[in-house]
Design a protein around this ligand. Structure first.
Ligand code: NAD
Length: 260
């Protein structure tokens, strides 16, 4: 049980992050949600988590491209909950383009959100974790932290980067009761995957069905999408005492993709 623990989950208004926030709340943790979206929908999600799981749920609209807002989000969570024990760096975006046409501002945004935001949350949260002698840092990386695909240069660079960052942080914090691990999903059916289908159709000259079968699920030997709840269950496991000696690991949940 995670009762008396508090979590911050970046990018948790949708997809994997929302599933992780709910799973942690189900175990009794207070949660701070973060991400973009329609204000009424976010408030309904926040209030729904409090009502369903009997925990405190807060929302921060901090933009993961803005270091000062990120520091403010962690400070706000520490102020409200008195602690941040679990930090899930999940916010992420994708952009699909040949490298020579890749818009530099898209490159910068992907590196900021998918990689640098984790540095900014970690540097803000670690002092409190060290003081309490407990912390769980969980970075949602990707199969693309281990292998590459064409037309995703920024994403692959950011995800390989966060895998390395995770290992470095794990070593630094190893004697402080703080673990740092990556979860690396293959293709999970979320808005992020759905929304890249049109650009992949364009970049590769394929139909929607061909993108799903021949690009997305082609990489995944099980021929099934991963579910958000399957990813969330691993995050819960990493917060448990059974996972105390797991640190610096990169856990694949990819239907066998990176075994190939
Ligand atoms: P999603 O699009 O459903 O959710 C992304 C979340 O990040 C949303 O809450 C969004 O509002 C938030 N976000 C985006 N930009 C932000 C910003 N600047 N500041 C704050 N929040 C921001 O995507 P998802 O598929 O759930 O992806 C979540 C994570 O999982 C990402 O890091 C992604 O790279 C990773 N991932 C996804 C898949 C997949 O197949 N869906 C596979 C491997 C890894």
């Amino acid at each position: 049980s995670l009762t008396s623990k508090a979590a911050v989950v970046t990018g948790s208004t949708s997809g994997i992050g929302l599933a992780i926030a709910k799973a942690l709340a189900r175990e009794g943790a207070d949660v701070m949600l973060n991400g973009f979206g329609e204000a009424d929908a976010i408030e309904a999600t926040r209030a729904g988590i409090e009502a369903e799981f009997g925990v405190r749920a807060l929302y921060s609209g901090a933009d993961m491209t803005k270091p000062a807002e990120i520091a403010g989000m962690i400070a706000e969570a520490e102020g409200a909950f008195g602690r941040v024990d679990i930090l899930v760096n999940n916010a992420g975006i994708q952009f699909v383009s040949p490298v020579e046409e890749f818009p530099p501002e898209r490159w910068d945004a992907i590196i900021a959100i998918n990689l640098s935001s984790a540095f900014h949350t970690v540097r803000a949260a670690v002092p409190g974790m060290k003081a309490r002698g407990f912390g769980r840092i969980i970075n949602v990386a990707s199969a693309h932290s281990l292998v590459a695909s064409p037309f995703k240069s920024a994403y692959v660079a950011a995800k390989h980067g966060i895998a390395g960052f995770t290992k470095s942080v794990a070593l630094e914090l190893a004697t402080h009761g703080i673990t740092a691990n990556c979860i690396s999903p293959g293709y999970v059916w979320t808005p992020l995957v759905e929304s890249q289908i049109p650009d992949t159709m364009k970049a590769r000259g394929l139909t929607k069905e061909q993108v799903i079968e021949d690009v997305l699920l082609k990489a995944q030997p099980t021929k099934e999408f991963v579910t958000v709840d399957q990813v969330a269950a691993i995050a819960v496991f990493l917060c448990s005492s059974a996972a105390t000696q797991m640190t610096g690991a990169n856990l694949s949940v990819d239907g066998g993709w990176t075994a190939q």
